[in-house]
Design a protein around this ligand. Sequence first.
Ligand code: IMP
Ligand code: MG
Length: 170
Amino acid sequence: MKISKTLISQEEIENKISEIANQINHKYKGQELVVIGILKGAFIVVSDLAKQLELDVTFDFMSIKSYYGSESTGQVKIVKDLEYDITDKNVLIVEDIYDTGLTLNNLKKLLQSRNPKSIEIFCMFVKKEVAKDLIEINYSGFEIGPEFVVGYGLDYNGKHRELPYLGVLS
Ligand code: IMP
Ligand code: MG
């Protein structure tokens, strides 16, 4: 498998992160924010975003597995849980990609049950044609087609996460 083309360049990604960081800085000005990165895919988005936040911010990470086929129960298996208590906190979930939306939908339900003050979602890439309209994405980086993409945190069998751009594999 090879990267057949660059779908979104490093420069486009950098500009988008700045744009979204500005929105987040504006929205949470003067408030505390807990940024929750969903491992592993979101590690690069979180670190790029982090450098541009001018807020009272705490970072935490979570790793989950969704039980596909049991969508209605909203069950997720927690592989690694948060370290901090999010009760009464403003929470921003950061995810790499929204494909069917099941992962984020289940995760939002789970975190909501811990009674945060607020929850918003930043998803870097959204597969517009595939995405079921399950939840609102408050900040979305790029809408992309249904093809399988790698880079900027996204992998194929654990590989290609380190690419600074988003590429298509074929
Ligand atoms: P969802 O629950 O269907 O929205 O799945 C989202 C998860 O599937 C993401 O967090 C990724 O780990 C993975 N995923 C979906 N599409 C792609 C892709 O094009 N490349 C790499 N991983 C993907
Ligand atoms: Mg993922």
